[in-house]
Design a protein around this ligand. Sequence first.
Ligand code: LMR
Length: 337
Amino acid sequence: MKIANRMRRQLLATVGIMAGALAMPMVALAQAPIVIKFSHVVADQTPKGQGALKFKELAEKKFPGRVTVQVFPSSQLFGDGKELEALLLGDVQLIAPSLSKFDRYTKKIQVFDLPFLFDDIAAVDAFQAGPKGQELLGSMVNRGLRGLGYWHNGMKQMSTNQDKLVRPEDVKNLKFRIQASDVLEAQFRALNASPQKMSFSEVYQGLQTGVVDGQENTWSNIYSQKFFEVQKTIAETNHGVIDYMVVTNAKWWDGLPADIRKGLGEAMVQATAHANKLANDFNEADRKKIAEAGKAKIQKLSKEDVAVWRKSMEPVWKKFEGDIGRDLIDAALKSNK
Ligand code: LMR
């Protein structure tokens, strides 16, 4: 009897210790917040910068103590040459690269880089919201990337360290910094210029030291990166678009608790609306600030000038039509009103 009692006590004690040992990490797990690192390359005071901060605010408000979002702007954590790899390795959970930076993962996304395809951001928005644009969000899942939404920046302008920038002949033999995109490379080759792929964080210095003569970007980026201080002329070409896809690591996202995934998806929809509402205002205000600073001249272009730029860049479409698909190009064209 005594022996049986002792064994029972011992058994209960053992079970108790085991239960405690099992429960402890579960309690610890339940309490540890999910940390989301959101890395990007632009300044806080830009459409993307503000979108990222809005997402943080909304996500943390929805899940107090359960979700923490850390935003790293200005290539502080990873530059644009590394951020996609970092996402796939799980070193960050959210990034929003420009649509020009995905061509290693899907050729179709190159549609956004075709010069003079979209008339304006309203057309880009309509295409992104349509079936073809939505399809592209899921087009890299097999490569581990899930698109959560599109964020706008704006139309691209071209700038150089030259006094004259009106027609394509003015960029002949000039060196241009481009994003990592084969379409953009072909675009500058079509202009008889010399394109160089370069990370965003290196552009200012590249322009300042003359490693490159020019670049193409939105007013918001030209202002916030101070490119206007090291360029002589910015021509209002509006020849292409810089927009973003917010992407996450598909495996990480699919492994989130269902309620958190749903809530973060809702926060992303709201942050997207917020960023997209701001984009146009940022670009208009930053254009004005550049004009007021009086450092670089803003060159307006006539309809005839724009037509000549368009004609010079036309061969790019033919070159990439096969990779992109005529259906995507037609859908994009249809979005122009
Ligand atoms: C660039 O690399 O020029 C820009 O696309 C950077 C950005 O994210 O806006």
